[in-house]
Design a protein around this ligand. Structure first.
Ligand SMILES: [Mg+2]
Length: 117
């Protein structure tokens, strides 16, 4: 399984099957899943606690931190896709709609003449 060969629908189906096999659906309310996303995001941030940006880039580039980041990012994304399943949301449609809105809010601006020296 890799990003080039895997569809979002495949990930959502695999996560739904994992959840269903363990009988976890009753615990996966939208509130609990939203909280779980934030908790896992905090675990991702913990990797960089107390270091500056330069050290964070160094940590992110090598193990054991790189593997821990990958694990915590996976936790975040699993909970995001679990919430999408619980809410019957098509995340590709949601992302496309939000990126369109972000593009309107933050239009690409031509380079300033002051920076073209
Ligand atoms: Mg975690």
């Amino acid at each position: 399984m890799n990003d080039q060969q895997t569809r979002v629908a495949d990930l959502k189906a695999a996560i739904a099957a994992f959840t269903r096999a363990r009988g976890w659906e009753p615990f996966f309310s939208p509130k609990n899943l939203a909280m779980s996303i934030a908790i896992e995001a905090a675990e991702l941030m913990e990797v960089f606690q107390w270091v500056d940006n330069a050290e964070a880039r160094t940590l992110a580039g090598a193990n054991p931190h790189r593997d821990r980041m990958a694990d915590e990012l996976a936790d975040v994304m699993i909970y995001c896709l679990t919430l999408a399943n619980a809410l019957d949301l098509d995340v590709s449609t949601s992302i496309a709609r939000k990126m369109e809105a972000n593009g309107r809010k933050y239009p690409v601006e031509p380079p300033s003449p002051m920076t073209e020296q």
